[in-house]
Design a protein around this ligand. Structure first.
Ligand SMILES: C[S@@+](CC[C@H](N)C(=O)[O-])C[C@H]1O[C@@H](n2cnc3c(N)ncnc32)[C@H](O)[C@@H]1O
Length: 241
């Protein structure tokens, strides 16, 4: 957020005006299944993180100093749990606003015996700003973010210059921002935004997209897309300064 926007917001808040933020999601009121509700009750005390508790101390949260990978908008958490299970030498934090998704993720993590995963049920933009220390993350993952197809909704896309700059400050030097999308117009937008930030270096040998890395699990959704001939674009950018 620019300084003048910030000042205008603070002034409006002091005057008691209601400010409607542009968010990258619409909160859906999905019902929890019994399994999701039970998983939330059972696992939240050990795996849940609260935005209101502020800045995290990763070594305290995980009980070790392993690298931390943060995933934004994990959906039902299938690929996040699989990645956490496959990489016990890393720690994972998932952020999702959709409660049934959070419940599904915890249910899956519990069934798989995954212990290196914590989750937030909150807006990732606010979690990044308020709970994550600067230069603390080894990787940020953003897989299939809501594409907001219509032009008038493009401002709701989470990948924007200001978001990327905030995210950069949370990555360590050498840390990577990995995005994937099945919407070509969004892939092109991501590329343009990332190329506009001189603190990142594109890991693509062709200076655009990278092949899907093996460690990103192929989801059912993506497999279906492949069968239907849809494309998927992966982008990986390293923080170099
Ligand atoms: C199209 S879904 C993709 C889910 C998952 N990554 C996958 O590949 O199946 C996008 C998800 O991002 C979540 N989301 C969007 N904006 C978010 C935000 N600001 N903070 C947290 N989650 C967000 C939505 O609730 C939704 O579940």
């Amino acid at each position: 957020m620019s300084e003048s926007t910030q000042q205008a917001l603070e002034q409006a808040q002091r005057e008691g005006k209601y400010i409607r933020k542009v968010r990258s999601f619409v909160k859906r009121e999905g019902r929890l299944t019994k399994g999701q509700a039970a998983a939330l009750e059972k696992c939240w005390p050990t795996m849940g993180l609260e935005h209101q508790n502020g800045l995290l101390d990763f070594s305290q949260v995980f009980g070790n100093d392993n690298d931390v990978v943060l995933e934004i908008g994990f959906g039902m958490g299938k690929s996040l749990v699989e990645m956490a299970k496959n990489a016990p030498e890393q720690n994972f934090i998932g952020i999702e606003v959709h409660r049934p998704g959070v419940g599904a993720c915890l249910m899956d993590a519990d069934a798989e015996g995954v212990t290196n995963l914590r989750v937030f049920e909150h807006d990732a933009v606010e979690v990044l700003a308020d709970c994550i220390s600067d230069e603390s993350l080894a990787k940020v993952q953003l897989f299939f973010p809501d594409p907001w197809h219509k032009k008038r909704h493009h401002k709701r896309r989470i990948v924007q210059p200001e978001f990327v700059e905030n995210l950069r400050s949370k990555l360590k030097i050498g840390g990577v921002f990995h995005m994937a999308t099945d919407w070509q117009n969004y892939a092109e937008h991501m590329l343009e935004v990332m190329q506009g930030n001189s603190h990142f270096s594109n890991q693509s040998s062709t200076n655009d997209y990278v092949p899907r890395p093996d460690f990103r699990p192929l989801t059912k959704f993506e497999q279906r897309g492949h069968r239907l001939g849809h494309g998927v674009w992966d982008l990986m950018f390293e923080r170099v300064k």
